[in-house]
Write a protein that binds this ligand. Structure first.
Ligand SMILES: N[C@@H](CCC(=O)N[C@@H](CS)C(=O)NCC(=O)O)C(=O)O
Length: 218
């Protein structure tokens, strides 16, 4: 199976963590925004990452790919069968992919991707507004919703944990990771999820890449 994407995308990171937790073998083919790679373009009709090619079957969108893989490889289940738990997992996946990734994306894109990867100025006012107005509301909600189990749904890891922790990594790249003084439960939970062996080696690689990208020009 080939996964197309970049390590710094929250959607790609979520999928890589999922693949690691499931123990599914894959090859990561690195692509950037607007990449002309023919395999990527064939797998992703809108040119967005991640995309997948599995024995000739192509699919884009992190959640679509994960639902496909969950049906193909049911164990260990990361999308529970219990109706209420399943509903909650989909809620958190949606929360991570839409509001949280969009908020983090305003900071990550405008402060890092635009100037460092695309060679143009980002909208710094939009980034500042997202940090001061949007993010506190989302982290306050997350802080209030983390159960004593240490997992967002039930008493074990699910897609919910991967989907919400992944965009928080992009905030960390911007120097505004979860503040442990203000959000102690969210900070401890996200640290635990992002340290799991399924994703920690990818994060170490991405941090090395970001250190190079953000290093002052000599
Ligand atoms: N809902 C999609 C979102 C994918 C997405 O927006 N990926 C971004 C990178 S983080 C992208 O490829 N953007 C390029 C573009 O919009 O042209 C998913 O979960 O995979």
């Amino acid at each position: 199976m080939i996964i197309y994407g970049s390590l710094v995308s929250p959607f790609v990171r979520k999928l890589l963590a999922y693949l690691g937790e499931k123990g599914i073998d894959f090859e990561l083919k690195g692509v950037g925004i607007g990449d002309p790679d023919p395999g990527f373009r064939a797998a992703s009709p809108l040119g967005k990452m991640p995309a997948m090619e599995d024995d000739g079957f192509t699919l884009a969108d992190s959640s679509a790919i994960i639902h496909y893989l969950e049906a193909k490889y049911p164990e260990p289940a990361l999308i529970p069968a219990d109706p209420q738990e399943r509903g909650r997992v989909i809620w958190w996946d949606e929360f991570g992919d839409t509001v949280l990734a969009a908020c983090g994306g305003k900071m990550f894109f405008n402060r890092i991707v635009a100037p460092k990867f695309l060679g143009r100025e980002g909208d710094l006012a939009a980034a500042a507004l997202a940090e001061s107005e949007e993010l506190p509301k989302l982290l306050t909600y997350l802080e209030s919703a983390i159960p004593a189990s240490g997992f967002l749904v039930g008493d074990r890891l699910t897609l919910a944990d991967l989907a919400v922790a992944s965009p928080l990594m992009n905030l960390r790249h911007c120097g505004c990771g979860v503040d442990a003084a203000a959000y102690p439960k969210a900070a401890a939970w996200s640290e635990a999820i992002l340290s799991r062996p399924s994703i920690a080696p990818w994060i170490a690689k991405e941090e090395r890449m970001m250190a190079r990208v953000l290093a002052p020009a000599s």
